[in-house]
Design a binder for this molecule. Structure first.
Ligand SMILES: *[C@@H]1O[C@H](CO)[C@@H](O)[C@H](O)[C@H]1NC(C)=O
Ligand SMILES: *[C@@H]1O[C@H](CO)[C@@H](O)[C@H](O)[C@H]1NC(C)=O
Ligand SMILES: *[C@@H]1O[C@H](CO)[C@@H](O)[C@H](O)[C@H]1NC(C)=O
Ligand SMILES: *[C@@H]1O[C@H](CO)[C@@H](O)[C@H](O)[C@H]1NC(C)=O
Length: 398
């Protein structure tokens, strides 16, 4: 498709370090080989998900046959709700038959396009794959709260092109209260950062942005930049632990700390995992003469950021991955400079609660709303200006 191609070329042009692979696949063509998957294919096209799938790599589509699509169709859900439900069936990682049966520990938590949309509350857009007894593989949405989504089972592989796209037939449509709830944002093409942060356990960091002079306007400016932008927001617990230190800093240092959590360029989860370079951030040091960077370290699928002062923060979860902007949760505040000179007390900057690191679900950076711990501060300016998802698309077509 011309638009997808143009967008990829532009993104490549615009972001020097991010490799946005122009994918070679066409989900509609792949599914056309199976007449019993026609309804599923039609709905992917109708909801716009087909284009999104074609524009991505390292992806797994869980296809449902017509017979099992029928109950969903009968419900006559609005387009946006249907898109949420189906986007839960697109995993943003590659799983083929062999990988399903060799999951480390027998299970894996995988993010989906529903999670990436930023519309999923908490971790409701995650799907657990479990290799059950007798080699039966189950997929179940990790819906927040007690009403856990229902599991469906792996039937067979429809198509595999390692590691670009895998299409797996599953036994039915995963039911998820979060995905099926009426779409909250009427303007689905816009990503509201304050919303994304507040809904996902980053409300305190959103508060720091709002109350630090110059932070909101700087982020606002960057979010309109075609190069894109990647946010790393420390979880509420980490920000809470850091706040006493933060309060002791002067205005310039405060601004630097906040801006240090925004990196130039859009990094999708795959790009972040593949990145070998330091990321340049919006924070400046040396009186504005140089950009503060941090390093990206990898251990398997885990990504850790290491600041200029060697403090570390683990990336625990992707909160949103839109066209030009991505938001990740990290488990510690990153500090760009040695501020023993600026603050009298040594800073407490370590991770608040170390755990086994499994998808960040059991630790302080898990993003589950804990009652009263995620104040959504009144925000202004840059957050009110919701971000247009399709900035590049508009740019490409205009
Ligand atoms: C994908 O394949 C379908 C069916 O073969 C075709 O109609 C459509 O134009 C293709 N889309 C792209 C983007 O090539
Ligand atoms: C995966 O995609 C890349 C880039 O589009 C392509 O060169 C490669 O051949 C694809 N691999 C498979 C197995 O289709
Ligand atoms: C973004 O979300 C916040 C709440 O988190 C809300 O107050 C604000 O109105 C929203 N902005 C837009 C433009 O929707
Ligand atoms: C920044 O660079 C300018 C021009 O090179 C120089 O005059 C100034 O002293 C530098 N500021 C600091 C704080 O290093």
């Amino acid at each position: 498709m011309a638009l997808v191609g143009a967008r990829s070329v532009l993104a490549l042009f615009a972001t020097s370090v991010v490799l946005v692979a122009a994918s070679a696949h066409n989900i509609t063509a792949i599914l056309s080989g199976r007449h019993d998957l026609a309804e599923f294919s039609r709905e992917l096209t109708a909801t716009g998900l087909a284009d999104e799938i074609n524009g991505r790599n390292t992806i797994t589509v869980l296809a449902v046959d017509d017979a099992h699509m029928a109950p969903l169709k009968a419900r006559g859900l609005p387009r946006e709700t249907l898109r949420h439900v189906l986007s839960l069936h697109v995993l943003v990682d590659y799983y083929d038959d062999a990988k399903l049966h060799s999951l480390p520990g027998g299970s894996a938590d995988v993010s989906t396009l529903f999670q990436a949309s930023g519309d999923a509350p908490g971790s409701a857009g995650m799907v657990e794959i479990a290799d059950r007894r007798g080699g039966r593989v189950a997929f179940a949405p990790n819906d927040a709260g007690d009403a856990r989504g229902a599991a469906v089972f792996y039937v067979k592989s429809v198509h595999q092109a390692p590691y670009n796209i895998s299409v797996l037939q599953v036994s039915g449509v995963m039911s998820s209260p979060a995905a099926e709830s009426p779409a909250s944002s009427p303007e689905s093409s816009r990503l509201n950062f304050s919303d994304v942060m507040c809904k996902n356990g980053c409300g305190r960091f959103a508060g720091l942005i709002a109350t630090t002079d110059g932070a909101a306007s700087t982020f606002d400016k960057q979010t309109h930049d075609q190069d894109g932008f990647t946010f790393f927001c420390p979880a509420d617990k980490a920000v809470e632990a850091f706040e006493p230190t933060f309060k002791k800093l002067n205005a310039v240092a405060r601004l630097a700390v906040v801006l240090y959590h925004g990196a130039f360029g859009h990094y999708s989860p795959q790009a972040l995992r593949a990145d070998e370079d330091d990321l340049a951030t919006l924070a400046t040091i040396d009186g504005g003469n140089s950009t503060a960077d941090f390093a990206v370290r990898h251990a398997g699928d885990k990504v850790t950021l290491v600041s200029a002062t060697h403090n570390k923060a683990r990336v625990t979860r992707a909160l949103a991955d839109a066209d030009t902007v991505a938001v990740y949760m990290i488990d510690a505040v990153l500090v760009p400079f040695d501020f023993t000179a600026l603050a009298s007390a040594p800073p407490d900057i370590g991770p608040v609660d170390d755990s086994d690191g499994r998808s960040g679900r059991k630790d302080g950076g898990d993003g589950h709303r804990t009652s009263g711990s995620a104040p959504c501060w009144p925000l202004r300016g840059w957050v009110a200006l919701a971000l247009v998802f399709s900035l590049l698309a508009a740019f490409a077509s205009g």
